[in-house]
Design a protein around this ligand. Structure first.
Ligand code: UDP
Length: 236
């Protein structure tokens, strides 16, 4: 029995690179699809937002001279590429799925609206929300908070390459310790880099709990859905 009925899973584009320096690692892609299939088989309704950092980020583009809005649009298109890769991996694994886009671009995906998304989720399809919010100056973290709230998800699962929220960046500070739970207010007060500020504030304002966990360890997603205490819960 799964802990949650409907989830919004945020995957980082950067993690999709696996061992590579750029783009999509087929092994990591296959592992993600297999992990998601496991919880789909448990009957969980799954919405997914995937980032685009493995291909392009607007902010780093603008530091290299790109117009920021065009750079962000390139970033949003990068999330569409990742979404299509994920969709293709789901289809190969026999998982029914649907790509919705925040920017109109049929036939690549259907234009997003909440009710279409709910229809697909209730029909048992994994729904991939691509192109972020559709607007520049946002990130896919904000996109996932927004979609998570809109589809009335029970929780947002933020799959990263670290196993939770730490007092400091564990990749830089070996004395950092992990929280098993923490409130939104404490995340904000300590300026912890769980997600960007807009994303955290949206979750706080709309009571969407977040679980941060390491998605790169195969089997972890199922553990989270089975109620194992492996990540950090961010709650009111
Ligand atoms: N982006 C955007 N609006 C959105 C979501 C994303 O402009 O609503 C752009 C932004 O340039 C961002 C890029 O898409 O840098 C890729 O998303 P993100 O950096 O969140 O990917 P991740 O870090 O999760 O791989």
């Amino acid at each position: 029995m799964a802990l949650f009925n409907r989830i919004l899973l945020k995957l980082s584009g950067e993690s999709l690179m696996g061992e590579k320096q750029y783009g999509i690692d087929e092994k990591r892609l296959g592992e993600y699809a297999a992990q998601i299939k496991e919880i789909h088989d448990m009957g969980v309704q799954i919405g997914i937002v995937i980032g685009g950092g493995n291909i392009f980020r607007g902010l780093s583009g603008s530091q290299k001279g790109f117009d920021r809005v065009k750079g962000d649009q390139m970033g949003m298109l990068a999330t569409v590429i990742n979404s299509l890769a994920l969709s293709s991996a789901f289809t190969a694994a026999g998982v029914k799925n649907r790509v919705l886009t925040a920017i109109r671009m049929e036939p690549i995906g259907e234009f997003y609206n909440k009710w279409r998304a709910l229809e697909c989720l209730e029909a048992g399809e994994v729904v991939i929300f691509s192109a972020g919010t559709g607007s520049p100056y946002f990130t896919t973290d904000t996109g996932s908070s927004l979609r998570g709230i809109e589809i009335e998800a029970d929780v947002m699962l933020k799959g990263t390459r670290v196993d939770g929220v730490y007092t400091a960046d564990p990749e830089k500070d070996p004395t950092a310790t992990k929280f098993s739970e923490i409130t939104y207010d404490e995340v904000l007060a300590r300026n912890l880099k769980v997600m960007d500020l807009s994303a955290i504030c949206m979750c706080k304002d709309n009571d969407l709990p977040i679980i941060v966990f390491n998605m790169d360890v195969v089997g972890n997603l199922k553990k989270v859905l089975s109620g194992e205490d492996i990540g950090t819960v961010v709650h009111p």
